[in-house]
Structures are given as structure tokens and as C-alpha cells.
Design a binder for this molecule. Sequence first.
Ligand SMILES: Cc1cc2nc3c(=O)[nH]c(=O)nc-3n(C[C@H](O)[C@H](O)[C@H](O)COP(=O)(O)O)c2cc1C
Length: 213
Amino acid sequence: MDLYEALYTTRAMRRVAPDPIPVEAITLMLDAAIRAPSGTNAQNWRWVVVTDKPTIAALADLYREAWRVLNETVYAGADRSANPQMQRVFNSSQWLADNFQDVPLVVMPFHRNDPSGASIYPAVWNLMLAARGQGIGTTLTTILGAFRNQQVAELVGVPLDKGWSNAAAIPCGYPLGRWGVAARRPVEEVVYVNRWGEEPGWTVPEPMWSSES
Ligand SMILES: Cc1cc2nc3c(=O)[nH]c(=O)nc-3n(C[C@H](O)[C@H](O)[C@H](O)COP(=O)(O)O)c2cc1C
């Protein structure tokens, strides 16, 4: 796959089929992930790859609890009806919460001595891009680590006392939806040149990669 197609179209693909993912695809995703940079090349990461159905079902229960906590706290009072984009993300997120137990693969990266996450998320994104290259959809989710870190650690045996913590849970599967270019605010709205607040003298009215390019 073209590099730019992967960069432009790797989206949160929450609606995925239950079909199993071949082990060759899983190993390629992980091998690509661990090629990523980390501070001083410390590679202070461990990856728990979950394909066992009862464990995914237990993760699904924890995910639903975390999703409920998120909605009762961070998103409490959010008026989604006023914002169609927010409503779409909510609907898709709800689908994932309702169907998490049927996802065929969940990859959970753990990290330590990495408070900013700057040493784990490049590897997470490598994994997601490698998945995209094989037609596998992924979603970066963090609510399990945020709201159910202890329970996740107990479930899959993570030694929290050694400093490991959950960076993400990445449900993976073959997409039920279609790939498309990620919708984002255009470059000129979020980029300054030379100095904060200085607008660039150019615009990028359309994504610079499209399926026709
Ligand atoms: C740090 C981070 C945490 C996220 N956590 C969750 C999550 O817990 N659950 C979820 O469904 N999506 C999660 N997402 C996915 C975002 O909602 C998604 O990337 C964003 O809405 C853009 O979606 P798009 O690429 O499909 O346009 C997370 C993304 C990031 C970068």
C-alpha cells in the first residue's frame, strides 16, 4: 500500500467483523510496532496480544464500565444533538462498547518510565498503520487504562508494582465500514509560521492525497 494512503486513511475503525486475524498479520503488526522510536531506544514496552475469547469478553465488560464512567463524568452534560460530528463519534463508540466481546483481537501496549507517552504512541501508531496496510481496522482506545487499569492488570497479569501501566487497548478486526480520508481541520487553521499566531501565506483547501491521486 502507498505510504500516503495509509497515513491519510487510517481512521478509528470501531465497527469490525468477528473473523479471526491470521497470525502472520498479527506478527507483522507487532514487528512494525517495535521498529518505532523510543527515548534513548529504551523500548520500555510490553505488548499483550489477546485473542482468547473469554479474556476479550472480560475486557468487554470492563470496557463498558469504563465507557459508562466516561459518559457520567467527562461527557456529562455534553449536548451531542447540537454537534453531528460528536454524535457520529458517540454512535460509533457506543457500537464498540456494545460489541467489544466479538472483536477478534485486542492489542494492549504497556509502558513504564514514560509519563508523557511519547515513547509508546509512535509504536502504537506504527501498529495501526501496519494493520491498515493489511486491511485490518483498529481503534486507539484509552478508557480501560484511564478507568479500569487495576482490573485490566489483574485480568492479564500485569505487574503494576514494577511500574508498568496500560497505554491503550487496540481492538482490531476486518472493517464493516469503508476506509476514507480522515476529516480534519485544514492545515492553515492549526499551523503558524516562525511565530505563534503568524498565519502561513498558503492554504491547503483539499487533502493532498485522495483515492484519485
Ligand atoms: C489518545 C486517544 C484516546 C482515544 N480513546 C478512545 C477510546 O477510549 N474509545 C474510542 O472509541 N475511541 C478512542 N479514540 C479514538 C478517537 O475518538 C478518534 O481517533 C477520533 O475521533 C478521530 O477519529 P477518525 O480518525 O475516525 O476521524 C482515542 C484516540 C486517541 C488519539
